[in-house]
Design a protein around this ligand. Structure first.
Ligand code: SF4
Ligand code: SF4
Length: 300
């Protein structure tokens, strides 16, 4: 395993944590990076410090509550000017499930510059090490006055992948029937639909997704599924590229030619087990033509 260890002239790179009002989920995972050997930040040449004045890298957790805001900004200002700032978890990145709360004044980027995002709820320790690795790379590049690499390759070097855990969602547009149940159950507001000329487009934003898996649970066709992929850290400037996207194409109604989303075979199978040819015909009809065919009465 290759590990690039970073040290300053006066010792290890110092990490300083600021909790802006989090549920402590991310903070517990950060504790793993100092308490569990396999994920210890010391393998990156880093160490946690209790003093903001010493911070080389600032790790921010939580959705920034109004109550904590002034103290957070005061503490952040104490850190050296050349610090690298990392948003840990979806709360500082986008607000997560708290984004519309009256008690929150996030996302944190509204108040201070963020260099690296580590989405997740909470991000697992491998993701934290990868994100800290990305912060070290930015720090090194700034010191050498270079442009930091866009896709750091150190993500794969830390920890183990051989235990099940929730990670990014995956979307298969071919199985989707545009029922929008996923958007209905997503408390994080991570899913959006847009009607285009050729079909309906679903966009899932990884920077808001809390890995709850409810969209996958309620999706009637299995178009959405939970993966174990934790590789979600990215430079904050690339935040809007962190998406899962697909388009469900329109097809003409076989009755009147109107553009519709045909019923997916998975749905027919779930509803009728073995659909007969009559039911098969219905799947390519718009609601009005379906009514005509079924009961001979057109839609009003
Ligand atoms: S992904 Fe699943 S739940 Fe969402 S619109 Fe498509 S079929 Fe419905
Ligand atoms: S897993 Fe699905 S329902 Fe849960 S936050 Fe992510 S997109 Fe929303």
């Amino acid at each position: 395993m290759h590990i690039e260890v970073e040290e300053t002239a006066v010792g290890p790179v110092r990490l300083f944590r600021i909790n802006t009002g989090s549920c402590n989920g991310c903070d517990v995972e950060l504790a793993v990076t100092s308490a569990v050997t396999e994920f210890d930040v010391e393998q990156l040449g880093c160490r946690y410090t209790e003093s903001a004045h010493e911070a080389d890298i600032v790790l921010i957790t939580g959705p920034l509550t109004i109550r904590a805001r002034d103290e957070v900004l005061r503490l952040y200002a104490q850190a050296p000017r050349d610090k690298v700032t990392v948003a840990v978890g979806v709360c500082p990145v986008s607000g997560g499930v708290f984004r519309d709360s009256y008690a929150v004044d996030g996302p944190i980027e509204r108040h201070l510059p963020v260099d690296v995002n580590i989405p997740g709820c909470p991000p697992r320790p491998q993701a934290l090490l990868a994100g800290i690795g990305a912060a070290l790379e930015i720090r090194r590049a700034r010191r050498d006055r270079e442009e930091p690499a866009r896709n750091p390759d150190h993500r794969k070097h830390h920890g183990t992948d051989n235990f099940p855990a929730r990670g990014r969602m995956s979307y298969d547009a071919k199985a989707c029937v545009d029922c929008r149940m996923c958007r209905h159950v997503c408390a994080a507001g991570a899913i959006r639909f847009e009607a285009g000329d050729g079909g309906v487009r679903l966009t899932l934003w990884h920077n808001s997704c809390v890995f709850c898996g409810l969209c996958s649970h309620y999706c009637p066709t299995g178009a959405l599924s939970v993966t174990g992929d934790w590789r979600l850290d990215h430079r904050a400037a690339d935040a809007f590229t962190q998406i899962e996207r697909g388009e469900v194409p329109y097809a003409p109604c076989t009755g009147c030619g109107e553009a519709i989303i045909p019923t997916a075979p998975q749905l027919l199978h779930a509803a009728f087990r073995r659909p007969n040819p009559e039911i098969e015909k219905l799947k390519n009809l718009c609601p009005a033509c379906r009514q005509l065919m079924s009961i001979g009465v057109p839609r009003r």
